[in-house]
Design a protein around this ligand. Structure first.
Ligand code: PEP
Length: 257
């Protein structure tokens, strides 16, 4: 609960990564939209977002239209337009029907050398286009072993968030790099420790920081979702592998307290 007594509505976002062709993507999004349309609000206690690969966005925008399922993208360029071969701008994503865009995922930070300054510029571009930026951060295995987790998260939070970040235009996803796609998950106490720090940072630096949604990501499955989603200051999950099966993703969404 926030100080004003209102619970934060959790957000469950599925990062499809580089998976999906038109036929299976349409079936997966269609099944989620069908379940979400039918679900009573007491049954679906979260906001549900799917983040498919860019070529599928306009196709799936039609599939999830008139359903509670929202569309997000996996990345955006920091410019609104220009000579950037192969890149996709935030205004294009908004035009394709997106409400959200992930920025700073560890696979972008690692595979494409994106640092905090780039992540912040992308979040600013997302905001300028009217999108909600899901800003990812988290420590590597070596950083956790060295006892640097809180320092890394602190640094990434301060450097990756635009000055104008608010609870309305930004979501944080804490994703320990070593937990992504590995089946390894931090203990509840470890997640709680990081999320408590994120809440303190949010209160100091983000407009309406008490309401900023703080997601956990890293090997969330139907079997561990309920325990993770009950941890203090965990306001949802960013889900990779388990979002590619409608039943699993739906079970995670249904696990929201
Ligand atoms: C992710 O890539 O953001 C992620 C959390 O993946 P997974 O759920 O497969 O660990």
């Amino acid at each position: 609960m926030t100080p004003d007594g209102n619970a934060i509505r959790p957000l469950i976002a599925g990062n499809w990564k580089m998976h999906g062709r038109r036929a299976d993507a349409t079936a997966l999004a269609g099944e989620l939209a069908r379940r979400a349309r039918r679900a009573a609000s007491a049954e679906l206690r979260c906001e549900l977002v799917i983040c498919p690969p860019a070529p599928l966005l306009t196709v799936l925008a039609d599939i999830v239209a008139d359903s509670p399922v929202r569309l997000g993208a996996q990345d955006c360029h920091l410019s609104a337009s220009g000579a950037h071969t192969g890149d996709i701008s935030a205004p294009m994503l908004a035009d394709a029907g997106c409400r959200y865009v992930i920025v700073g995922h560890s696979e972008r930070r690692t595979d494409h050398g994106e640092g905090d300054d780039t992540v912040r510029a992308k979040a600013e571009a997302a905001h300028a286009a009217g999108l909600v930026a899901i800003v990812c951060l988290g420590e590597t295995e070596a950083q956790r072993a060295a006892g640097e987790t809180l320092a890394v998260v602190d640094r990434q939070f301060r450097a990756s968030l635009p000055a104008a970040a608010t609870a309305a235009n930004t979501v944080i996803a804490y994703e320990p790099v070593w937990a992504i796609g590995t089946g390894k998950v931090p203990t509840a106490a470890e997640i709680a420790e990081v999320h408590a720090q994120l809440r303190t940072l949010a209160r100091g630096r983000v407009g309406d920081g008490d309401r900023l949604r703080l997601l956990y990501g890293g090997s969330v499955k139907p079997g561990n979702a309920a325990e993770i989603l009950r941890i203090a200051n965990v306001n949802g999950a960013l889900v990779g592998g388990a979002c590619l099966q409608a039943g699993d993703f739906w079970a995670i969404a249904r696990s929201c307290p």
